[in-house]
Design a protein around this ligand. Structure first.
Ligand SMILES: Nc1nc2c(ncn2[C@@H]2O[C@H](COP(=O)(O)OP(=O)(O)OP(=O)(O)O)[C@@H](O)[C@H]2O)c(=O)[nH]1
Ligand SMILES: [Mg+2]
Ligand SMILES: [Zn+2]
Length: 235
């Protein structure tokens, strides 16, 4: 029991920092998306393809979270977006204080869409509020179609699901309808995009949604109303 109390205190402190971040970003007119997935589902690739398509239209910034290396930040910079790398040196999720420190290093003047690429992990990132406006969970056809059912908290705590690597469907046992059905059973309001970052399939729809999201279209606004502490308690 004492351990649970400590964990919830840590999450409550995290929520306070996250609220400060959310207010600061809202004041600057920046919309923020926390991108989560298992390792290798294609988070960085989706961001690269998105930046290539939208950089003329939107000011995109990226906070890259990885346990080690600056490889993903280098890829994002090469794609043409403002970026800063967080190395957690072992930690398996990002926390709000890391985002606060990273934001101090980002040139935000021209940014109106900020992505946070979380650590590859379908479990604990769901419990940590980072001050984002919305959460995107990415899953890919090579991981199996049972991920929503096996990791329900991640899908319950997200507003958007992107299924990536559609180009590999002929080679893997992945039932798109089953994944969609399982995800919607957990979270009926989940917005679903099915894409291939390899072929570009589905990216027009994804980018159109992002543009509307940045411009505040009410159908795309899915501001989170939960807290990290409440998520951890399962309430
Ligand atoms: N065939 C195929 N491969 C893809 C697609 N999207 C990404 N990949 C490949 O999947 C691998 C992992 O992609 P990343 O974008 O690095 O994945 P990530 O989720 O950022 O990985 P971590 O940051 O390590 O968690 C790379 O080899 C990509 O080229 C896709 O749509 N189709
Ligand atoms: Mg990555
Ligand atoms: Zn973790």
């Amino acid at each position: 029991m004492p351990k649970v109390t400590i964990a919830q205190n840590i999450l409550a402190v995290n929520d306070t920092v996250a609220q400060e971040i959310q207010q600061m970003l809202a004041t600057r007119g920046i919309r923020t998306i926390n991108v989560m997935s298992s390792p290798g589902a294609g988070k960085t690739t989706l961001l690269e393809r998105t930046i290539e398509r939208l950089r003329g239209e939107l000011g995109i910034g990226v906070i890259e979270g990885d346990v080690e290396t600056t490889a993903d930040a280098e890829r994002i910079e090469a794609a043409g977006a403002e970026t800063v790398q967080i190395n957690t040196r072992g930690a398996c999720h990002l926390e709000a204080h890391m985002i606060r420190d990273a934001l101090a290093q980002l040139e935000l003047t021209r940014v109106n869409l900020l992505f946070i690429e979380n650590i590859g992990n379908l479990v604990c990132p769901a419990a940590w509020n980072l001050g984002e406006d919305t959460r995107v969970v990415l899953t890919s056809t090579t991981e199996g179609d049972d991920k929503p059912a096996k990791y329900p908290h991640m899908f319950a705590a997200s507003q958007v699901m992107v299924v990536n690597k559609l180009d590999l469907l002929p080679y893997v046992d992945y039932d798109l309808a089953k994944a969609r059905r399982q995800a919607l059973a957990i979270n009926p309001r989940l917005r679903i995009f099915e894409v291939s970052c390899r072929t570009g399939a589905g990216l027009d729809e994804w980018c159109a949604w992002l543009t509307a999201f940045v411009h505040g279209d009410s159908n795309t606004v899915c501001k989170q109303s939960y807290s990290s502490a409440a998520t951890a308690r399962g309430t």
